[in-house]
Every structure is written in structure tokens, then in C-alpha cells.
Design a protein around this ligand. Structure first.
Ligand SMILES: NC(=O)C1=CN([C@@H]2O[C@H](COP(=O)(O)OP(=O)(O)OC[C@H]3O[C@@H](n4cnc5c(N)ncnc54)[C@H](O)[C@@H]3O)[C@@H](O)[C@H]2O)[C@@H](O)CC1
Ligand SMILES: Nc1ncnc2c1ncn2[C@@H]1O[C@H](COP(=O)(O)OP(=O)(O)O)[C@@H](O)[C@H]1O
Ligand SMILES: [Mg+2]
Length: 282
């Protein structure tokens, strides 16, 4: 079994210059669901990352206690209550990329929102399942919807979802579990691996300076933003994984710890570099 590195060639193929004749509708509608009363920061960080990644229109469904904080941090986001079934159904239906899980929590409200998303999502939509949503799928053995699924577990979440203990998470074992599950699995760790059908990719970058709460929430938002605007879902996921760590590696040259929100602020500059002809440097 061969594991391929994620290369900059993939990013250059994926992140193209924006056509002049385009508008926010061209770059996708992203809907994020998460953030209970305890974990509001997680959905704020995911939303921030989705917007800095260039999603055309971003809406976040969260616990009402987080609405003011999210608006104050990111006025670009639309925000609404994740308990409201009618609004949730509308905003899931109109999205082309959905992220569920950052800070969602594992109580009844989180489970209800997850079930509603699963009941509404359509086959052509990208659905990224992160954090608490992974734990809820595992705990309640929820049937998965027919959609373009991306799971973003860390090793402990992957253990809960796949049943494979961390020490037994070999490429062979993981690939067999991914085949049963369907979709793309981003197994987050030092040198994150991306499983997609017969293919396994490894992220060459990443640093322990990233080991701080919210780093994965930020990646989930990036995956949402990239899959909202780039048609090839696998390449969009690989590009998000690569840039997330590349930014952290660059910042970690001069910093012991890198904050998730610092990564988000850098995303547009890195995307610009990949969109330019290789000889051009700004
Ligand atoms: N500011 C916030 O609101 C934050 C909210 N968070 C949310 O909190 C919820 C629970 O997520 P957690 O991941 O904290 O809780 P979990 O209990 O799922 O996992 C955390 C534990 O797993 C273990 N672990 C083993 N291998 C690991 C690996 N490779 N990477 C990370 N951990 C590994 C670690 O001991 C760690 O303490 C999620 O919904 C998440 O989005 C976290 O993202 C932290 C920040
Ligand atoms: N030592 C490390 N080397 C490389 N990447 C790391 C390291 N520690 C953490 N990360 C990255 O940080 C992110 C952590 O994700 P996660 O545990 O879900 O964070 P959270 O849920 O707190 O947002 C992942 O992308 C992971 O690959
Ligand atoms: Mg996480």
C-alpha cells in the first residue's frame, strides 16, 4: 500500500485565480452547525476559518448564547439559533457545503440538530462531520446520509468511530474501516493522513505548536470553505489540510505556540500564492 504526500501541485490545480465576472454566489454557500453554551469558541473559530477561506456566503447555526459573540468577531457571518427546525432545514437545503460538530456537544440539542441535518442533506452536498458530531454518530450508531461525506477525527475520535484503538490505527486497518464507512476520512495527528477510496495521502507539514484547543475546529471551517468553492472535493480537502499546517509551520519558526485564529488570518495570503503562476511572487 502506498501513501502519497500531499503536494503543492494539488494546491495549484485547485486554487485558481477568481474570474472577473463572478460574485459571492459563485464561491459557494457554507452552513456551519455547532457551538453549545460551553463550546461557543469552537464554532466561532470554525466560522472564522470558513470565511477567511473564501466561502461566498457563510451562515452559522448555534446556541443563541453565542450569537452576539460571533457577530462581534465576524460580522461577515449570518447567525441563527440551531434549535429552530424550519430555519435549520432551509439553511441546510440551500448550502453546497455543510460543517457540523465543532463545539456541538453531545447532549440532546446537539443530537437533534445532527439528526435534522442528516435527514435534510442531499447527495450533491459536501457534509463535513467533526468533533462532537463524530462522537454522536459513534455513540448512537446513527445511519449516515447519502451525501459527499468528510470526517475529520483526531485519533481518539477515530477510535470511537471506527473501533480501532489508537495503537492499532495502521494504514491497512484504517483503510478497511473507511471502506465500510464511505466518504473521505482526515485522520488528524502529527502528519495527518487523508483516506479516500483506495488512496491514502499524508500531510508533510505540521508542528506541536499546533497542539492547542480550536486547531481542529479551524481545520473543519477551512474544509468547509474550500469544499464550498472548489469543485473537486478531495483536492479541496487536501488543500485545506496542507495550508492549515503550512501556515502553522511558518509561524512556528518564531513562535512556541500558534493560535488557531492566527492561522485563519493568514489563509487568504497563502491561497493567493497558490493561485499565481509559479514564477510570480508577491
Ligand atoms: N474553545 C472551544 O470552544 C473548544 C471546543 N472544543 C470542542 O470540544 C469538543 C470535544 O473535543 P475534544 O477534542 O476536546 O475532546 P475529546 O474528548 O474528543 O478528545 C480529547 C482527548 O483525546 C486525546 N487524544 C488522543 N490522541 C489525540 C490526537 N491525535 N489529537 C487530539 N486529542 C487526542 C487527548 O488526550 C485529548 O485530551 C468538540 O466539539 C470540540 O469542537 C475543542 O475544540 C477545544 C476548544
Ligand atoms: N504535534 C502535532 N503535529 C502536527 N499537527 C498537530 C500536532 N498537534 C495537533 N496538531 C493538529 O492540530 C489539530 C488538532 O485538532 P483537534 O484535536 O480536533 O483540535 P480541537 O478540537 O481542539 O479544535 C489537527 O489538525 C492536528 O493535526
Ligand atoms: Mg476537534
Amino acid at each position: 500500500m502506498s501513501i502519497q504526500p500531499i503536494t503543492e501541485t494539488i494546491l495549484r490545480q485547485t486554487i485558481q485565480p477568481r474570474p472577473e465576472n463572478s460574485h459571492k454566489g459563485t464561491y459557494g454557500r457554507l452552513t456551519l452547525v455547532g457551538g453549545n453554551a460551553q463550546f461557543g469558541g469552537a464554532i466561532i473559530m470554525a466560522t472564522t476559518a470558513g470565511i477567511y477561506s473564501g466561502a461566498g456566503l457563510t451562515t452559522t447555526l448555534t446556541d443563541p448564547v453565542n450569537i452576539t459573540a460571533l457577530h462581534a468577531r465576524m460580522p461577515e457571518a449570518m447567525v441563527t439559533d440551531f434549535h429552530d427546525e424550519t430555519t435549520l432545514t432551509e439553511l441546510i437545503s440551500s448550502a453546497n457545503s455543510i460543517v457540523i460538530g465543532p463545539g456541538l456537544g453531545s447532549d440532546e440539542a446537539g443530537l437533534t440538530a445532527l439528526r435534522r441535518v442528516f435527514a435534510t442533506v442531499q447527495p450533491q452536498q459536501s457534509l463535513t462531520i467533526d468533533g462532537s458530531a463524530i462522537d454522536l454518530v459513534a455513540k448512537h450508531d446513527l445511519p449516515l446520509p447519502n451525501a459527499k461525506l468528510v470526517f475529520t477525527p483526531h485519533e481518539m475520535e477515530w477510535q470511537r468511530l471506527s473501533g480501532i484503538t489508537i495503537k492499532d490505527q495502521t494504514p491497512d486497518n484504517n483503510q478497511q474501516a473507511v471502506a465500510k464507512l464511505g466518504g473521505i476520512v482526515v485522520l488528524k495527528k502529527h502528519h495527518t493522513q487523508v483516506y479516500a477510496g483506495q488512496q491514502i495521502f499524508e500531510n508533510p507539514g505540521g508542528t506541536p505548536a499546533m497542539a492547542t484547543g480550536g486547531m481542529g475546529d479551524t481545520l473543519a471551517g477551512m474544509v468547509g470553505g474550500f469544499t464550498a468553492q472548489f469543485a473537486d472535493q478531495l483536492n479541496a480537502v487536501l488543500s485545506a489540510v496542507y495550508i492549515h499546517s503550512q501556515i502553522a509551520d511558518d509561524l512556528a519558526h518564531n513562535a512556541y505556540v500558534v493560535l488557531p485564529t492566527q492561522i485563519s488570518e493568514e489563509i487568504p495570503w497563502y491561497m493567493k500564492q497558490y493561485s499565481l503562476p509559479q514564477s510570480t511572487k508577491i
